[in-house]
Write a protein that binds this ligand. Structure first.
Ligand code: HEC
Length: 154
């Protein structure tokens, strides 16, 4: 039952109402969310829109079928920020430090160090969800995002 409810929440999250849902989901649901999102993203990437080529040659190679640009070699920090982090970090929702709040980021960097900020972004901290809901982001990707956000405007 809990899993079913989570998947409903996630469906809304993907449609764009993710900010509010995320906050209420809380950290305990995060592990399940990981798996559910991965499951839900997969079929989307594998849909054959025009009914072409995908029917041939059996299973499509995973890399070619992937709908997750952040999972491959071409990781675009700015794009990933827009997709995963901006929803909270642009507005300062739930106490998220704003992207352009240079002083706030400088203070956090000085107090905790970049490594801790990265670790907190990966694991989540308070209302900050693990990986900022970017389930396709690797640790390296998150590190790049944290550098991007915390160094913005400097
Ligand atoms: C659901 C809203 C939300 C999303 C989405 C989100 N954040 Fe956050 N983030 C927060 C909040 C709230 C905080 C403040 C947490 C605190 O310090 O109490 C925060 C804090 C942080 C911090 C500072 C952590 C620290 O230890 O001071 C980093 C770094 C960060 N976010 C990175 C990211 C990145 C990178 C993404 C996108 C991949 C992201 N966030 C997406 C809400 C969000």
């Amino acid at each position: 039952m809990a899993g079913f409810n989570s998947s409903i929440v996630l469906r809304f999250a993907q449609v764009g109402a993710l900010a509010a849902s995320v906050v209420f989901m809380g950290a305990s649901a995060a592990q399940t969310s990981d798996e559910l999102i991965a499951e839900r993203l997969k079929p989307v990437g594998e849909v054959c829109l025009a009914g072409q080529s995908c029917a041939r040659g059996g299973a499509a190679p995973v890399a070619a079928a992937s709908a997750a640009p952040a999972a491959g070699g071409e990781f675009n920090v700015e794009q990933a920020y827009q997709q995963s982090c901006n929803v909270c970090h642009a507005s300062g929702m739930a106490g998220a430090p704003k992207l352009d709040d240079t002083a706030e980021w400088a203070a956090r960097l000085e107090a905790k160090g970049l490594e801790t900020l990265v670790a907190n972004a990966i694991n989540g901290v308070n209302a900050m969800p693990p990986r900022g809901m970017c389930m396709t982001c690797s640790d390296e990707n998150i590190a790049a995002l944290v550098e991007y956000i915390s160094g913005h405007g400097q």
